[in-house]
Design a binder for this molecule. Structure first.
Ligand SMILES: [Ca+2]
Ligand SMILES: [Ca+2]
Length: 323
């Protein structure tokens, strides 16, 4: 630990920012300026982007992809901001006008309720961290309808992180099983297995069938439940480093088949299909942090915090590659 780390430690800076500093993301001049030490003269390079990479700011604006209609509701889907302000994004708020009706969530989509059916709304999203709230995203248009067509809003891999609660990893459900699928790097739960959740725009009353297959098209044991507008698929046992495709059909009597492919590969936090130093460093850098919407992926053992136990898990798997 260098002089600067010691300085940061004294003023209560968190370990992640110390790590960034030591990795050269922040400069000593940044930190001196931040803590009121002799003024620095900014260079053009300093002023490009965030001049205080180690200092907290409000996040950038999320990017809204689509607003989906429901009965009196709208589902606002978005991507997180590229820049989180140096602190975890703790919530996203959607606002729909006219009427300034709002909803909040810790990840996409945000649901806004109490909308008037057959009324055109414009909805935008902001991101908030402990420092403040971003400017609003662009606006997406939506017209709530009493009987909207069944629409898949999102697919997620959900795990319970103890007292920290459930955290959903968004799955890119367009990628085929042998492609660059989303990887969930968290361990399988001994009690609950893996859980893949299909989120729809309306209450789900029935699902005719669910199947899960691996890359050889062999069936993987599974079960299905519904809760509100979610179809919850449970995979009780699965070997690590396995790709699967989850298919559901007969949702509310629909003839449509909904599917998503993803991989379960413990420790591959950067979705590169190998576990190496980059994954180890990412987990290590967050050691001591609480599990939240920004850090849950690094809580490999789903304990509710990121610690040496998580680093040990990823270290033990160094060198492994996804088939
Ligand atoms: Ca990796
Ligand atoms: Ca943990």
């Amino acid at each position: 630990m260098g002089l600067l780390s010691a300085l940061l430690g004294l003023v209560g800076c968190d370990p992640q920012r110390i790590a960034e500093l030591e990795e050269g993301v922040a400069t000593e001049a940044d930190v001196r300026a931040r803590f009121g030490e002799p003024a620095k003269i900014w260079s053009a390079a300093d002023l490009a982007g965030n001049p205080f990479p180690g200092a907290a700011a409000q996040p950038g604006a999320p990017v809204v992809s689509v607003a989906t209609a429901s009965d009196g509701r709208a589902f606002i889907s978005f991507s997180p901001p590229q820049f989180d302000g140096g602190l975890p994004v703790t919530s996203y708020t959607a606002i729909c006008n006219p009427g300034a009706l709002t909803g909040t969530a810790i990840h996409s989509p945000v649901i806004v309720s109490n909308l008037l059916n057959r009324t055109l709304y414009g909805c935008s999203v902001t991101a908030s961290n402990a420092t403040g709230t971003s400017i609003a995203s662009a606006t997406a248009a939506v017209i709530p309808t009493p009987t909207p067509p069944l629409t898949l809003i999102a697919v997620v891999s959900r795990k319970n992180h103890g007292v920290a609660g459930d955290f959903d990893l968004p799955i890119d459900n367009v990628v085929p099983i042998n492609g660059a699928t989303t990887v969930d790097p968290r361990i399988i739960s001994a009690s609950a297995g893996h859980t893949v959740v299909f989120k729809f725009n309306t209450t789900i009353s029935a699902v005719a069938a669910v199947s899960v297959v691996d890359t050889t098209n062999a069936a993987v044991a599974t079960s299905v439940n519904t809760a509100g507008s979610e179809v919850i698929v449970t995979i009780p046992t699965l070997a690590d480093a396995t790709r699967v495709t989850v298919l559901i059909n007969g949702v509310n009597g629909s003839a449509q088949v909904f599917s998503a492919s993803l991989a379960f590969f413990v420790g591959d936090v950067n979705n590169s299909f190998t576990v190496n130093a980059s994954d180890i460093n990412s987990v290590k850098a967050r050691s001591g942090q609480a599990t939240n919407a920004s850090t849950f992926k690094f809580d490999l053992n789903t304990s509710g915090s990121i610690s040496a136990a998580d680093t040990a898990i990823v270290k033990a798997r160094s060198g492994l590659t996804m088939p």
